[in-house]
Design a protein around this ligand. Sequence first.
Ligand SMILES: NC(=O)c1ccc[n+]([C@@H]2O[C@H](COP(=O)([O-])OP(=O)(O)OC[C@H]3O[C@@H](n4cnc5c(N)ncnc54)[C@H](OP(=O)(O)O)[C@@H]3O)[C@@H](O)[C@H]2O)c1
Length: 291
Amino acid sequence: MRVAFLGLGRMGAAMAKHVLDAGHDLVVWNRTPGKADDLVAAGAQEASSPAAAAEGADAAVLMLFGPESVREVLPDVARQGLLIIDSTTIGPDAAREFARIAASKGARYVDAPVAGSIEPATAGTLGVLGGAEEADWEHAQQLLQLWGDPAKVRRIGPVGSGSALKLVVNQGLGVLAAGLGEALRMATELGLDRDVVLDVLEQGAYGFTVKQKRALIEDGDFSATRFSVDLLAKDLTLAINATRDADLEVTSAALSAALRTIDAGHAGDDYAAIIGHIADEGSESGTANSH
Ligand SMILES: NC(=O)c1ccc[n+]([C@@H]2O[C@H](COP(=O)([O-])OP(=O)(O)OC[C@H]3O[C@@H](n4cnc5c(N)ncnc54)[C@H](OP(=O)(O)O)[C@@H]3O)[C@@H](O)[C@H]2O)c1
């Protein structure tokens, strides 16, 4: 196949490499130049525009920031007969909108956000939450299974359903981060030792988050980003907007925590910065490991 891959951020660069490794022809594009060097050295071609990347391609994969970035790029990519796999986290309304745009140009659109971060993207063991017509879903498997674990590549339903489930998944990340930050702040107020608190929380309901983020929390350094605070804030905003009648109070509180963390200068840091920022918000030290 000739595959166009658009968006070489942390996830896209890792996913695109599998396309080359599988022996397909790969044409890449990224808004900011300079991100394609490793892939070009490994055999990819770099295109000067989204339209040039899609020219002559059988399939195009989008791994951009969010719905606004896809809305900018998609009209230049969609063309007769092209299979478009959108792995950007965009929410269900945008997925249905983009499927209509693709269809209006004779292209097929598969909503395929991923679950998991950079390590599984590199290892090819991501989860894929799919929303697509069955025939399009089948057609997309030869690419989706390059970065996804076959046991975790699931069609949830029609276009929009994969993106809907992805927002449910990331609501959990946001709530756990804000909740853990507040638990640590509470522990400090109660005069508890943070190391002991983390030891005990690691065995309980916050175990997943503590295990994944403890080293960053203890260092108070969140610059080794896997999933950034601004991406999580985007996803919590999408979740709230997609379910306007549901009055998601806890999700809104998690979004507020993420936005305060961004205001404190952590937009591009790992989302564990939310834990550190909320844990020490209002304290004199302002760092996660001084208590
Ligand atoms: N990181 C994770 O652990 C993770 C896990 C699952 C899902 N996701 C989702 O996967 C997607 C990519 O995540 P990531 O971590 O790879 O993000 P990232 O490193 O921030 O990369 C974002 C990509 O989007 C591009 N972009 C942003 N705005 C654009 C625009 N207006 N037009 C064209 N391109 C634009 C960026 O280009 P520039 O280089 O020019 O900025 C970059 O290539 C997001 O939707 C995210 O929510 C991430």
